[in-house]
Design a protein around this ligand. Structure first.
Ligand code: HEM
Ligand SMILES: Nc1ccc(Cl)cc1-c1cn[nH]n1
Length: 408
């Protein structure tokens, strides 16, 4: 998709579908494939019945009896994304089926070998990523119906039933709300290159409106995700094995690598949407000096390669911040600051949600005196009860706040 000899700005003016970004769906995979050729039935049967197999303690034996399948028949991109999604769900289910304190440390070769081969083809890590369980894990119930949560379903889910489904579908609707903002980005680049202030102002208003609609979609979380089920069940299955005290050294991928390998768990920090808007607005643009920014930047390795390339092209293009500052135009600066304010409001709202869905249930669990381990988000208490992930979120929030352009 990158054309040699073109500047990154000109590359961005290539239609975004060259980066496998949809005009209508943004980074969401449009109309994901829901079936694989029957040769892959052993994978699809397990992934489609994961919760029941875990509940009946049958997952281990099913995986270990799985035939070693070749990935060669997976030639179409949407087939490959569905297969990575299915193997990702099976892998998380297999590792965490006995709870976070009794993680399986070895992934059987019948799963590890095809998962790693397919991950290499897609340039994704061999772990369930956000692009799997949110962006490629959806279908309409009634194909002629609306893109509403009532008419959407997931392809695969974890234990935690409706909460698992709701968490992925609410995230999907947040991503879909971003589409108008993402398709405004090439218009912004073009307006800067052509010194077109009016078009730039209009495109920035599209970004603001889109981010506001993301927050509206986010509010659905309260009606579809239960805090206790999220905290005690779903969160565990999204856990990774990087810097995870419960899986020191990571997971051994049998038949692939001789030593265990570390990979992070699923996180919306892997969302190309939020990282795009951060780069566009020049938020936390110094990973060398800011560990939170460095952590987020490291998660780009967990994004589809073409989406990662789009963010990199955006980051190496003309600075919107500098353009707006140099223009010395009040209305343009207001339009820029409205984008930042909308993103700040989204992050503030997110922190409120995290308090309801993690901090409060964690406090209840502590008061119940349970041995407390968190896998998906290590929750070491820090000083005055400030946890590392909450400090991380507030750092990113504050970096967003500081991105406002001061009055001319
Ligand atoms: C029950 C709901 C949610 C909880 C408990 C939650 C929790 C967290 C936690 C603990 C982190 C920091 C650690 C990490 O990276 O995993 C985080 C990061 C993040 N979450 Fe969520 N989250 C929730 C829903 C969402 C949704 C629906 C979105 C948007 C689709 C989202 C977007 C993000 C982003 C973009 C980050 C990276 C930090 C940032 O850019 O601000 N979260 N979330
Ligand atoms: N919304 C999400 C959906 C899926 C997965 Cl795997 C993670 C998240 C998330 C949210 N915040 N941090 N991670």
């Amino acid at each position: 998709m990158e054309r040699k000899g073109k500047t990154s700005a000109e590359n961005l003016l290539i239609k975004i579908d060259q980066y496998l970004i949809s005009e209508d769906y943004g980074f969401v995979l449009p109309h994901p494939q829901t079936e694989l050729p029957s040769y892959y039935d052993p994978w699809m049967e397990i992934a489609s019945n994961l919760s029941q197999l875990i509940e009946n303690c049958q997952l281990c034996s099913k995986v270990e009896k799985m035939p070693l399948l070749s990935t060669h028949a997976l030639t179409d991109y949407k087939e490959q994304r569905l297969a990575h999604l299915a193997l990702g769900f099976i892998t998380m289910g297999y590792v965490w089926q006995n709870g976070s304190e009794k993680a399986q440390k070895v992934l059987p070769g019948t799963l590890a070998v095809p998962f790693c081969k397919l991950s290499e083809v897609l340039d994704l890590p061999p772990v369930l990523v956000y692009a799997d369980c949110v962006l490629a894990n959806w279908k309409k119930k009634d194909p002629s119906g609306p893109l509403s949560i009532e008419n959407l379903d997931v392809i695969f889910s974890f234990p935690g039933g409706e909460t698992s489904k709701g968490f992925f579908l609410v995230s999907l609707l947040v991503e879909m709300a971003a589409a108008p903002g993402i398709r405004a980005i090439p218009k912004i680049i073009s307006a800067m290159l052509h010194q077109d202030i009016t078009s730039l102002e209009n495109a920035l208003q599209d970004v603001t409106s889109s981010i506001s609609k993301m927050r509206d979609a986010f509010k659905l979380i309260h009606g579809y995700v239960n805090p206790e089920v999220f905290f005690n069940t779903l969160r565990i299955y999204l856990s990774g094995w990087k810097d995870n005290p419960l899986m020191a050294g990571g997971l051994l991928y049998e038949g692939v690598w001789k030593t265990p390998r570390e990979f992070s768990g699923g996180s919306a920090g892997q969302s190309s949407t939020l990282q795009c808007f951060d780069v566009l607005l020049g938020i936390h643009s110094s990973p060398e000096s800011d560990s939170a920014a460095a952590y987020l930047q490291s998660l780009r390795d967990y994004m589809p390669a073409s989406h990662r390339a789009f963010i990199q092209a955006l980051a190496s293009g003309p600075s919107l911040r500098h353009f707006v500052l140099a223009a010395g135009n009040d209305r343009l600066q207001e339009a820029f600051n409205s984008c930042v304010s909308a993103l700040l409001a989204l992050r503030d709202y997110h922190i409120q949600v995290v308090t309801k869905y993690i901090t409060i249930p964690a406090g209840k669990q502590k008061r119940r005196g349970c041995l407390f381990h968190s896998a998906v988000v290590p929750l070491p208490e820090k000083g005055t009860g400030g946890t590392s992930f909450m400090c991380f979120l507030k750092t990113i929030r504050d970096l967003t706040k500081n991105a406002q352009l001061l009055d001319i």
